[in-house]
Design a protein around this ligand. Structure first.
Ligand code: TYM
Length: 334
C-alpha cells in the first residue's frame, strides 16, 4: 500500500513557544504512529531570512531547532527531518510556481499584511513571495496532509489553489494538500493579552513560554497570566479568552478534555487553577529541555542526522522537480 505523505515546517526564528508545540509539533509527534502516513518535516531557514538576521545566530538557531525536533520525540528513522536550504529544489520549484501565482493572491495574505506593517522599512520581495516558497515546500513532497496551527491555514489553501492551477495546465503533477488543524490548540493565545496569538516575536517575554524555559520562569508566567474577574474556570473564548486559553493549554498538557478540566476546577478560584496549569506545562516540557541539552552536546550526531535527512528529502524532491521541468518545457539536464 502506498503511504500518504505529510509535510510541515517551522522557522528557526528563536526558540519555539508552547503555541508552536500545541498547535503543530504535538500533531507531528502523534501522526508518526499512524501507519497510513510517511512524514517529512523541515526547518525552514530560507523563510527566516525574509527578516534581517545575524548569520551566526541563524546557524545556531537552525541547529537548535533541529535538535528540538528530535527532543520532542520525532523519530529520525520514521520521519524525514531536514534543513530547507540544503535541498536546492525548494528554490527551484518556487520560481516555477511564481509563474502560476497571482499578484492579487499574495497581496491578500494576512501574514504578509501583518509582517509588512511590523517591518515597514524592509518590505522585500521575499516577504511577499513567502507563501510561494511554502507552497513549493509542500508540493515538492506531494503532501496529502499539512499539520499546522490555524495561522497557516490561509497559506495551505493558497498552495492548493496554486496546485489546482498548475495541474489544470499540466495534469497530475501535484498532489492536492489538505490542512490538518487540531480541534483544540490551533491558536494558543498570549498570556498577557489573550486576544492575540502567542508569538515568540512579542517583545514582552511574559506573553509566551519557550519550549526550553526553566520551570520557575514558566510557573511565574502562568501565575501572572491575564484572566478575568469572575473567578470561574469555564470555557468561553469570547467572554473569557484568558481562562479559555489556559484551559486549552491544561487540557492538552494533561490529556484531559475541556469538560473534564472544567469539572476538575469547579468551585475553585484562579489561585488554584493558574499554578496547576503552570505545573502541567513544566511536566510536559521538562523532558524536552533535558533532551535538547543532551543533543546539543553531540554536534556530530546532529550533523549526521541532517545529512541523512537531506539525502532522503532530495531523493523525493528531485523526482517531483524532474516532472515539473518536463511539464513546463525545460530541456533535460545533460
Ligand atoms: P512558524 O514557524 O511560525 O510556526 C510553526 C508552526 O507552529 C504553529 N503556531 C501556532 N499554533 C498554535 N498557536 C500559536 N500561537 C502558534 N504559533 C505558531 C504554526 O501554525 C505552524 O504550524 N510558514 C510557516 C512555516 C512553513 C511551513 C511550510 C508550514 C514553511 N513552509 C510548509 C507547513 C508547510 C511558519 O512560519 O510557521
Amino acid at each position: 500500500m502506498m503511504k500518504k505523505r505529510i509535510l510541515s515546517g517551522v522557522q528557526p526564528s528563536g526558540t519555539p513557544t508552547l503555541g508552536n508545540y500545541l498547535g503543530a509539533f504535538r500533531s507531528w509527534v502523534a501522526l508518526q504512529d499512524d501507519p497510513q502516513y510517511e512524514s517529512v518535516y523541515c526547518v525552514v531557514d530560507m523563510h527566516a531570512i525574509t527578516i534581517r538576521r545575524d548569520r551566526e545566530e541563524l546557524r545556531r538557531q537552525t541547529r537548535e531547532l533541529y535538535a528540538l525536533l528530535l527532543a520532542i520525540g520525532l523519530d529520525p528513522e520514521r520521519n524525514v527531518l531536514f534543513i530547507q536550504s540544503q535541498v536546492p529544489q525548494h528554490a527551484e520549484l518556487t520560481w516555477v510556481l511564481n509563474c502560476y501565482t497571482m499578484f492579487g493572491e499574495l497581496s491578500r495574505m494576512t501574514q504578509f499584511k501583518e509582517k509588512s506593517a511590523r517591518h515597514p522599512d524592509n518590505i522585500n520581495a521575499g516577504l511577499f513571495d513567502y507563501p510561494v516558497l511554502m507552497a513549493a515546500d509542500i508540493l515538492l513532497y506531494q503532501a496529502h496532509l499539512v499539520p499546522v496551527g490555524g495561522d497557516q491555514k490561509q497559506h495551505v489553501e493558497l498552495t492548493r489553489d496554486i496546485a489546482v492551477r498548475f495541474n489544470g495546465v499540466h495534469p497530475d503533477v501535484f498532489t492536492l494538500p489538505e490542512p490538518y488543524i487540531p480541534p483544540v490548540g490551533a491558536r494558543i493565545m498570549s498570556l498577557t493579552d489573550p486576544t492575540r496569538k502567542m508569538d515568540k516575536s512579542d517583545p514582552n517575554p511574559a506573553s509566551h513560554v519557550l519550549l526550553t524555559e526553566a520551570p520557575d520562569a514558566i510557573m511565574k508566567k502562568f501565575k501572572k497570566a491575564v484572566t478575568d474577574s469572575d473567578a470561574q474556570v469555564r470555557y468561553d473564548t469570547t467572554q473569557k479568552p484568558g481562562v479559555s486559553n489556559l484551559m486549552a493549554i491544561y487540557a492538552l498538557a494533561t490529556g484531559l478534555s475541556l469538560e473534564e478540566t472544567e469539572k476538575q476546577f469547579e468551585g475553585q478560584g484562579y489561585g488554584v487553577f493558574k499554578p496547576a496549569v503552570g505545573e502541567a506545562v513544566v511536566a510536559l516540557l521538562r523532558p524536552v529541555r533535558e533532551r535538547v541539552e543532551a543533543l546539543l552536546r553531540d554536534p556530530g550526531f546532529l550533523e549526521a542526522e541532517m545529512a541523512r535527512g537531506r539525502e532522503r528529502a532530495c531523493a523525493i524532491a528531485e523526482k517531483t522537480m524532474a516532472d515539473v521541468r518536463h511539464a513546463v518545457g525545460f530541456l533535460p539536464k545533460g
